[in-house]
Write a protein that binds this ligand. Structure first.
Ligand SMILES: *[C@@H]1O[C@H](CO)[C@@H](O)[C@H](O)[C@H]1NC(C)=O
Ligand SMILES: *[C@@H]1O[C@H](CO)[C@@H](O)[C@H](O)[C@H]1NC(C)=O
Length: 570
């Protein structure tokens, strides 16, 4: 034992002593707005870092994903098994060995944190991390929230590993100090008693739906059936982050009030990772989590819903949480894995490094290849980002810029249904426009009266893809009934409708919808209600106008259940 230890530490000194050529891997000009330098951490401070290895053929996987998700393709709907996906995402043996040997030479053992072994975690100290990555980790504070984080403005990797390492995290990507910005504008206490007891199944939209949204309104506006799912195997997952907990009692009160036609005991399953939990009690009621659960259980009638609570045992709240969630789901048996996943957390794209954004986007593409529909709320700051803020150029949100997920914006009103002015949308600065949306986006860019083209990057991936109601949506939280606003409302509503379509597909012996976008931009487009009024102001502009066809406020539009059934061939 002693000898081994001695040998390892001697080798470490030797390696550290040999001047090694380094190449700068990622750098930023300064800490993002809102953060200030707050001193140098002690070299003995423990840190845990994730290293993403270059995958052997992620482009090949993404080409295959586009093929199997395009309705006109002969292989449409042939979702891949996890072992098939891993063949594309695992690093080559050479890459794997190069990185692990380098870590071992420095006395470090890497733990794999992903199915394919493409993400490694190392536990080290600030002092050793500074040497390993030729960097200078510092403390940064975010005075508004009182949080501090250890980050750096640049890091390097040994030049010999340039083709092997994709990203090291957390380094130059700063966290969202608000913890993932639940896209909820705030619960306003209203007396919704008068909204009760409307007849279900009627096609006429209750007049109250013009101002106040309930499950009955969603059913009436989008033609969503109130009858139970029948396939027995359709399912739906709801992500929970930042200690937002979904409450069983609030759901029961919600169903009693807004879905009196189904048992109020209808509930949800809970899965946890990264030390997540779902404690019960009014003090633990999370508005975001309650909204997400109530507008899945309450809309996707009879579809089992699972609340997946991601805890804080990761380095970086929702970013590491997203990655852990993808791997958690990919690792699940296909029979129990959620076919649809809705998430209402995100952050501004410019706070995530391009390499980090790309790694997470690649992870989403693996889940898409497995046949999971991934939906995210687009954000609530109009063109100014995930929350309203000062800006000179438009601020796209993450992960909405990733082409391998479905971004959901928000609308309001019924005659006509109009863009909600907070609905984030625009164009990614990191991800190029994917071919599935070329025609739709080019059509939009020819529209007269768009904002000054210097404010946005028209070659980027345009988002959102679709939309749903998001203003004054009635929920129960902590025993109180009230209305909330946000694209957070829209994502669970749209996801629920997709899970009900999946239910009908499964019952007909067909594959589930999986990665949605190539379908939405082709056969699906005419099954969506085009929203052509309103816009998303921000950055001292009127933002983008909603127009005929796709627009970066409401995407292709809101769902029409009957037309969606036709579009999927039912
Ligand atoms: C809510 O409305 C009902 C029916 O109109 C009324 O009886 C009740 O007093 C109202 N409650 C509050 C808190 O305003
Ligand atoms: C614009 O987007 C493209 C990706 O489509 C990217 O390569 C380019 O760097 C972006 N430009 C700016 C100024 O961000």
């Amino acid at each position: 034992m002693l000898r081994t230890t001695f040998f390892v530490s001697l080798l470490a000194v030797l390696v550290a002593g040999v001047p090694q050529p380094f190449t700068i891997h990622e750098s930023i000009n300064g800490a993002p707005e809102g953060f200030v330098h707050a001193g140098t951490p002690s070299p003995t401070t423990e840190v845990s870092l994730r290293i993403s290895l270059v995958q052997n053929n992620i482009i090949g996987l993404q080409e295959k994903l586009i093929e199997i998700s395009t309705p006109s393709s002969a292989t449409y709907g042939q979702w891949m098994s996890t072992p098939e996906i891993v063949e594309y995402t695992k690093p080559t043996p050479k890459t794997d060995a190069a990185v692990k040997d380098w870590l071992a030479a420095n006395g470090l053992t890497a733990a794999s944190t992903s199915v394919a072994g493409d993400w490694l975690t190392i536990k080290t100290t600030v002092g050793q991390a500074n040497a390993l990555f030729n960097t200078d980790f510092q403390q940064f504070a975010h005075p508004e929230t009182g949080k501090t984080f250890i980050r750096t403005l640049a890091y390097s990797i040994p030049t010999s590993l340039s083709g092997a390492v994709e990203v090291v995290h957390p380094t130059v990507t700063f966290p969202n100090p608000f913890g993932g910005a639940p896209s909820v504008h705030g619960i306003s206490k209203t007396n919704s008693t008068s909204l009760e007891a409307r007849g279900l199944g009627k096609r006429a939209i209750p007049a109250s739906c013009a101002n106040t949204i309930t499950p009955t309104c969603i059913q009436a506006i989008y033609g969503v059936p109130a009858t139970e799912a029948t396939s027995g195997t359709a399912n739906l997952g709801v992500s929970g982050f930042i200690n937002q907990f979904a409450q069983v009692d609030d759901l029961e009160a919600f169903l009693e009030q807004f879905r009196p036609d189904i048992p109020s005991s209808t509930t949800f399953a809970v899965q946890t990772l990264d030390g997540g939990s779902d404690p019960q009690g009014p003090q633990d009621a999370g508005i975001e989590a309650n909204l997400d659960i109530q507008y899945t259980v309450g809309i996707a009638t009879g579809v089992p819903v699972t609340f997946i609570s991601v805890g804080e045992n990761n380095q970086d709240g929702n970013l590491d949480g997203f990655l852990d969630l993808v791997n958690f789901i990919l690792n699940e048996d296909a029979a129990v894995r959620p076919q649809v996943l809705t998430t209402s957390y995100g952050q501004n794209e410019n706070t995530v490094s391009p390499a980090q954004a790309n790694s997470l986007c690649n992870a989403f593409s693996t889940l898409g290849a497995a046949g999971v529909s991934i939906l995210f709320a687009s954000g609530d700051g109009g063109v100014s980002g995930s929350q309203a803020q000062q800006c000179s150029k438009f601020v796209p949100t993450f992960p909405s810029g990733c082409p391998f997920m479905t971004s959901v914006g928000a609308t309001q009103g019924i005659s006509p249904e109009t863009a909600a002015d907070f609905s984030s949308g625009g164009f990614s600065n990191y991800f190029a426009r994917p071919s599935y949306q070329s025609d739709a986006v080019e059509h939009y860019l020819d529209t007269p009266g768009l904002p000054n083209s210097r404010k946005f990057n028209s070659s980027g991936r345009g988002f959102p893809d679709v939309a749903a109601q998001g203003v004054n949506v009635q929920i129960v939280s902590g025993g109180e009934t009230g209305g909330v606003d946000g694209t957070s409302c829209a994502s669970p509503i749209f996801a629920s409708i997709i899970s009900l379509i999946n239910d009908r597909l499964i019952a007909a012996g067909k594959p589930v919808l999986g990665f949605l976008n190539p379908f939405l931009y082709s056969n699906g487009a005419s099954a969506l209600n085009d929203v052509t009024s309103g816009g998303n102001p921000g950055c001292n502009t009127q933002g983008f106008p909603a127009t005929v066809g796709w627009d970066p406020v409401t995407g292709l539009g809101t769902p029409n259940f009957a037309k969606l059934l036709t579009a999927v061939g039912l």
